[in-house]
Design a protein around this ligand. Sequence first.
Ligand SMILES: C[S@@+](CC[C@H](N)C(=O)[O-])C[C@H]1O[C@@H](n2cnc3c(N)ncnc32)[C@H](O)[C@@H]1O
Length: 232
Amino acid sequence: MNKKASLNLYAKIEPLIGFYQEYEGLYDKYLQIITSLKPKNILDFGCGNGRLLEKLKVSGFDAFGIDLSQDMIQKALLKGVKAYNKDIKELSGDFELIIAAADVLNYFDKSELNNILNEIFSKLAPKGYFLADINTLHGFRHVADGLLIKETDKRFLAVEADFQNKKLVTNFTLFEQNGEYYKKEQAVIEQYYYPLEYFKKLNILYLKKVISIRMFDKKIPDKNLMIFQKSP
Ligand SMILES: C[S@@+](CC[C@H](N)C(=O)[O-])C[C@H]1O[C@@H](n2cnc3c(N)ncnc32)[C@H](O)[C@@H]1O
């Protein structure tokens, strides 16, 4: 199964996984920072179902999103936000702010991440800002790793996540009742751990500030929210 198909299945099961409440705190943090930066235009890279875009719209910001998954984009459009199933390479633009929220950067292996960060750099206006959160080692080892089962009257979902050698491999298996039978769908999503040191060494984007986020574990940070500014 290719990456797009896996992300489309993820779009389908995301409402079953839930955790929407936990994400509210993360989005509030983003909104707080964005309100202080007052950007004229915003790109939400990997916007998913448009939850953050919706909040940005309500707060009066000019923002649009892109996502590799067409199904995610469809969900975002239902919220009345601007969202496109486009590759960042296809965009032209001088964005004062680019966002990659809810561990989007962890979805890329090292060479993909290098390319994405170069694309982000090229799409930012001079002195533009880039905000992104990444999972900490604790977030991968003690929050993401493990087994999650969700069941409704017509659906059964098993999420098995295994973190080894700085890589989280998550297998999703969905059984969906269709009359007398169950349709089975499966997908695998890989995520990669990056230490903060990796981002501190970037010379195209300057890491100005890091905010520790406790989303699922109230004691130990499971995410780091990073504020970058485009280097001249
Ligand atoms: C964990 S979700 C986060 C979604 C959203 N930012 C949020 O806050 O809910 C990661 C998203 O990254 C998207 N994604 C993965 N690779 C991508 C790429 N190369 N270009 C654009 N989006 C991508 C996925 O489709 C998915 O919607």
